[in-house]
Design a protein. Structure first.
Length: 113
């Protein structure tokens, strides 16, 4: 059974940083395309960043230059380093494996002074 458990969210001031983690079980992250999504209140879920099996990465224009997706294959964990956070980054963040329909519970990120 595939499980994705996100953590690392919290309240941070504008300009601050957070690192989100997504611990996967029941699957191998290096054998799949992994991605981070986010959903703000009243808005549809949107793709934030992805990392392919070969390690190449891609980002939404809104986060390019500020967010970095990475993975630790030994820990079977995907990360999202978020720097220069803005109030519009406030959302629940989810990770997702392309081969499976499962979503985790998400982790709340709130950027506010």
């Amino acid at each position: 059974q595939v499980q994705l458990v996100e953590s690392g969210g919290g309240l941070v001031q504008p300009g601050g940083s957070l690192r989100l983690s997504c611990a996967a079980s029941g699957m191998i992250i290096s054998a799949d395309v992994m991605a981070w999504y986010r959903q703000a209140p009243g808005k549809p879920r949107e793709l934030v960043a992805g990392i392919a099996r070969g390690g190449s990465t891609d980002y939404a224009n809104s986060v390019k230059g500020r967010f970095t997706i990475s993975r630790d294959n030994a820990k079977n964990t995907v990360y999202l380093q978020m720097n220069g956070l803005k109030p519009e980054d406030t959302a629940v963040y989810y990770c997702k494996a392309s081969k499976y329909p499962n979503w985790g519970q998400g982790t709340q990120v709130t950027v506010s002074s």
